[in-house]
Design a protein around this ligand. Structure first.
Ligand code: NDP
Ligand code: 2IT
Length: 449
């Protein structure tokens, strides 16, 4: 890192004390930008990075709600509107007990570059709450979502800020949030939220888009080494939205996913994960993953198991972490690299620790950072906004083709940017630089704001 970037990073760390995930994301992005900042002194003169690392607006609010027993509960809500140089703030909402301002800032910061990489007109933002939806009834989730939106609605709008789902927020929550927005504003403003049901303004393929897109990205990356998913054995961590559709796509492309996980344990299925069973359990029954093994004779459940350790027991070609940040550490990376894994593709946001990324790259394992590989979800959200703006609904084939084209374009732009900066195959540098340049150029054009 150049001295100027180091000093900027020191400032960011100092001014955002106690936010380790945001520090990690800032360090990673700034670590890639030395060559582009040196070659383009006008970015430094315009303090582009000083502005880019400071959110345009940060909202923190109280979310009171009543549980089924009549107790009043209080959670904290967040929305970080990070950068709107390219379009309205765009990014998901995460409901998980671990959520803090630092979590939301790391996710919002990553989202700026991810959204720029899609080539679509969307700025970066993120939000959420420390609300834990696990074990809550539909009625409790609805009351929570209504209370959350009763504050947030005033900051949203199809041209202002457009949330979607993330961990703990799926179609059910988006429905309740949209209903409350519509009720308060008296506007059927479809484009204010994405991830809506396909019967009321949602886009086909949005549900599948993040997982599908990550596997399409992986497919393009593997092809650069003459490999494919055909016959590949794969590990996918998590068993939520991203994991589920990553598994489905791997199977469509001729690979087999041997294991997946949740925060309680790991399922290894010697016949390959049965996607339909998993989908029914997770999306319909909202069951724990242990239930999968109970219903599938070819599967074993390991409570508190480590999914990446399986690579030492059985041949694995590709690993796709799709659960949460920092779930794949240096020990796991050493196991993967030491047992012949060809590629690690981040379906989640920042699932690999910096030490893990270092181990993988030093061992020559192909590595795709989340801001490139998981951009298919937000890209399809932007396509949902397009359909809402034109009051149209595209066919499945057209929506899926657009997703495929966007993922291929993101892959190629990361690969070409890495080549251009003398680091062929470095998708981290490629993604950070290509995303940064697009946002920075727009910021320059818009003046000091
Ligand atoms: P879901 O809530 O649908 O699923 C999350 C999965 O990850 C669950 O299996 C969950 O297990 C597991 N998980 C969550 N938190 C932890 C934790 N602290 N430790 C261990 N396991 C955990 O979320 P998504 O699939 O939507 O999101 C997964 C990742 O993908 C996140 O990083 C998200 O930011 C990212 N992402 C999501 C996009 C989307 O469109 N949804 C788009 C791009 C990225 P359990 O049920 O036990 O909690
Ligand atoms: O991390 C992400 O890109 C998402 N959670 C999806 C955001 C969106 O607006 O679709």
């Amino acid at each position: 890192m150049t001295p100027a970037l180091s000093s900027l990073l020191d400032d960011v760390l100092r001014r955002n004390a106690g936010e380790p995930e945001f520090h990690q994301a800032a360090r990673e992005v700034l670590g890639s930008l030395g060559p582009v900042i040196e070659a383009n002194p006008h970015y430094a003169r315009a303090a582009v990075l000083e502005r880019m690392t400071e959110p345009e607006r940060q909202l923190i609010f109280r979310v009171p709600w009543t549980d089924d027993e009549g107790n009043i509960r209080v959670n904290r809500g967040f929305r970080v509107e990070f950068n709107s140089a390219l379009g309205p703030y765009k990014g998901g909402l995460r409901f998980h007990p671990s959520v803090t301002l630092g979590t939301v800032k790391f996710l919002g910061f990553e989202q700026i570059f991810k959204n720029a990489l899609t080539g679509l007109p969307i700025g970066g933002g993120k939000g959420g709450s420390d609300f834990d939806p696990k074990g809550r009834s539909d009625a409790e989730v609805m009351r929570f979502c209504q209370s959350f939106m009763t504050e947030l609605y005033r900051h949203l709008g199809e041209y202002t800020d457009v949330p979607a789902g993330d961990i703990g927020v799926g179609g059910r929550e988006i429905g309740y949030l949209f209903g409350q927005y519509k009720r308060i504003t008296n506007r059927y403003e479809s484009g204010v939220l994405t991830g809506k049901g396909v019967g009321w303004g949602g886009s086909l393929v949005r549900t599948e888009a993040t997982g599908f897109g990550a596997v399409v990205f992986a497919q393009r990356m593997l092809a650069t080494r003459g490999r494919s998913f055909d016959g590949a054995r794969v590990l996918v961590s998590g068993s939520g939205n991203v994991a589920l559709y990553a598994i489905q796509k791997v199977h469509q492309l001729g690979g087999t996913v041997m294991a997946c996980s949740d925060s309680s344990g790991v399922v290894y299925d010697r016949d390959g994960i049965d996607v339909e069973l998993l989908r029914r359990l997770k999306e319909v029954e909202r069951a724990r993953l242990s239930e999968y093994a109970a219903r599938r004779p070819s599967a074993d459940y390991r409570a508190n198991g480590d999914i990446w350790a399986l690579a030492a027991e059985t041949p694995i070609d590709v690993a796709i972490p799709c659960a949460t940040q920092n779930e794949l550490d240096a020990t796991a990376a050493t196991t993967l690299a030491g047992n012949g894994v060809a590629a690690v593709v981040e379906g989640a946001n920042m699932p690999c620790t910096p030490e893990a990324v270092h181990v993988l790259r030093a061992a020559g394992v192909l590595f795709a950072p989340g801001k490139a590989a998981n951009a298919g979800g937000v890209a399809t959200s932007a396509l949902e906004m397009q359909q809402n703006a034109s009051r149209d609904a595209w066919t499945l084939e057209y929506a899926e083709q657009r997703l495929d084209d966007i993922m291929t374009a993101i892959h190629d732009s990361c690969a070409e940017t890495a080549e251009q900066y003398g680091a062929p195959g470095d998708y981290v540098l490629g993604a950070n630089v290509a995303g940064f340049v697009r946002v920075a150029d727009a910021m320059l054009a818009l003046g000091v704001i």
